[in-house]
Design a protein around this ligand. Structure first.
Ligand SMILES: [Zn+2]
Length: 214
């Protein structure tokens, strides 16, 4: 099977997410399942806006051996492999440092999902995965422990987020749903702070204004 069209889908998705501001430069990475044995993954340290399909790596799911692609696979390849192994129905796994949800990942708490439409996309809550350094087996292990069949979005403490879906579109919907939820959550927290700390209201209102005008 020619993998070029799937690798091109990874390129197109990277460009789309870069334009929205969810991937910046070389930050974040994407995995797309090809079949039961293989997946495509973004290369390490490559600018997503100048990447081509030939740069996207094809990796074997069982042992992460690179099968195609000139470049080194993403440092988070083992993290994505955990998702794809533990969730056979997942086609696409996305790790980003998207701005608002990543800010929530600094707060050190999981998020409850506040409405039915969002629950249908990402599930009833967004768990917080404990901190481990980027690109390590320990981080992949922590992610593996957190993965649940009914949850499609995760906060990675002090780092970013992990989202997945049964199609490329569903994974992107998870990324968007998480960012919007994180936005509502932060706005709510700041509004609460304004009422409990009136002496800091002016500064907090400026933060709220920044959040509301991306
Ligand atoms: Zn990262």
């Amino acid at each position: 099977m020619n993998t070029l069209s799937i690798r091109q889908s990874v390129v197109d998705l990277c460009i789309k997410l870069s334009h929205i501001g969810y991937l910046a430069g070389t930050g974040g990475n994407i995995a797309l399942r090809i079949d039961a044995e293989r997946f495509a993954v973004t290369p390490s340290a490559t600018d997503y806006l100048s990447m081509s399909a030939a740069d996207v790596c094809v990796v074997r799911l069982s042992d992460l051996q690179r099968l195609e692609g000139e470049r080194t696979p993403s440092v988070e390849t083992s993290l994505h492999a955990r998702v794809l192994r533990q969730r056979p129905e997942v086609l696409c796994s996305i790790h980003t440092h998207q701005p608002v949800a990543s800010a929530c990942a600094l707060l050190g708490r999981s998020l409850e999902v506040d409405n039915e439409a969002t629950r249908r996309v990402i599930g009833p809550r967004v768990p917080l995965i404990g901190y481990m350094p980027s690109g390590t087996g320990l981080l992949a292990w922590m992610v593996g422990r957190a993965i649940r069949p009914d949850l499609n979005a995760y906060l990675m403490r002090n780092h970013g987020v992990l989202c997945c879906g049964s199609s490329l579109e569903a994974a992107v919907a998870s990324v968007n749903a998480l960012e919007n939820l994180a936005h509502r959550h932060l706005a709510q927290r700041i509004t609460q702070q304004i009422s409990t700390h009136p002496q800091r209201a002016a500064a907090l209102k400026r933060v709220l204004h920044t959040l509301e005008t991306p």
